[in-house]
Design a protein around this ligand. Structure first.
Ligand SMILES: N[C@H](CCC[C@H](N)C(=O)O)C(=O)O
Length: 287
């Protein structure tokens, strides 16, 4: 049994929390990441979070981000994680400008940090273009877009809109967010065979053309307080269904707070929101 001391920073975006490792000053074996993600995420025997995020040197951007869910599965993108990575990178001098590129497994994004007395309070990220064709989600079936398509789950007739923000999202519109079948159907849909790589599941109640309620069952982490890529997917889905307009900032009320999302006329999705540091520490990992 070897005891390894792992320096970490815990951060969150609207309550969607992750344990961050700074690989600019610390290294860890690739083969250990899955177990470590599960271990640090555990509230009883670890630190407690929705997963693990690596901030790493990149050959194609100022910094790179990798994200692992609570179950150890690797996601390709993470909106709340990106805002936290941007805050960390700026405040820890990994970058020397307020606007910079972050490499993700889903491609590069551009982040801009906004300060209040030297502290990054808010971050805007250009999340790039959504992917709407079925095979790009990915989802089984012909390669069309999936907009309010009948999607039977058990005996529940639902209408699915599928969007990828580099990671897959199944978006469902409901009349009352508090009556959404998040806990009943979230765990079923996330593993539905029609999504060969699994899927993040969002339930949305439109309040107006510029405001919505949002709940999420995340692939690999379950119910979280917020999901940045999910909020982007929800806004894209609302516009595809005619409930909202492009080129307009839409307020998404997530359990943990508000994100402001715009699907611009050039097809790029912009996300604006807060990022916060909870604590730093040393994780004593016995392996
Ligand atoms: N569970 C997601 C990754 C985390 C995304 C979320 N926390 C966000 O803020 O976008 C997936 O497996 O695709």
């Amino acid at each position: 049994m070897i005891k390894v001391e792992i320096p970490y920073t815990k951060m969150h975006g609207l309550g969607n929390s992750y344990i961050f490792l700074d690989l600019f000053s610390f290294s860890i074996e690739e083969s250990e990441l899955v177990d470590l993600a599960k271990k640090v995420s555990d509230i009883n025997t670890g630190i407690g979070s929705d997963g693990l995020i690596l901030i790493h040197p990149s050959e194609v951007a100022e910094v790179g981000m990798r994200i692992f869910n609570k179950d150890g599965s690797e996601g390709k993108n993470c909106g709340n994680g990106l805002r936290c990575v941007a805050k960390y990178a700026f405040e820890n001098n990994l970058v020397n400008k307020s606007q910079f590129v972050i490499e993700t497994r889903a491609g590069n994004v551009t982040a801009e940090v906004f300060l209040e007395e030297d502290i990054v309070e808010e971050v805007t990220v250009d999340m790039g273009q959504p992917t709407l064709n079925r095979q790009g989600i990915p989802m089984l079936g012909d390669d069309e877009t999936v907009i309010s398509e009948a999607f039977e789950v058990g005996h529940h007739p639902l209408e699915l809109t599928a969007v990828s923000m580099g990671n897959p999202h199944a978006v469902f519109f409901v009349e009352d967010i508090d009556e959404s079948p998040l806990y009943d159907l979230g765990p079923v849909i996330t593993n539905d065979h029609r999504f060969p790589e699994g899927v993040n599941v969002e339930f949305i109640e439109m309040i107006s053309e510029t405001e919505m309620h949002f709940r999420v069952w995340e692939r690999g982490s379950g119910v979280t307080q917020a999901c940045g890529t999910g909020a982007c997917a929800a806004v894209v889905a609302s516009i595809l269904n005619g409930y909202a307009q492009k080129d307009t900032e839409i307020c998404v009320h997530l359990s943990g707070g508000d994100l402001f999302i715009k699907w611009a006329a050039d097809d790029r999705v912009w996300m604006r929101g807060k990022a916060e540091t909870t604590t730093t520490g040393t994780f004593y990992w016995k392996r």
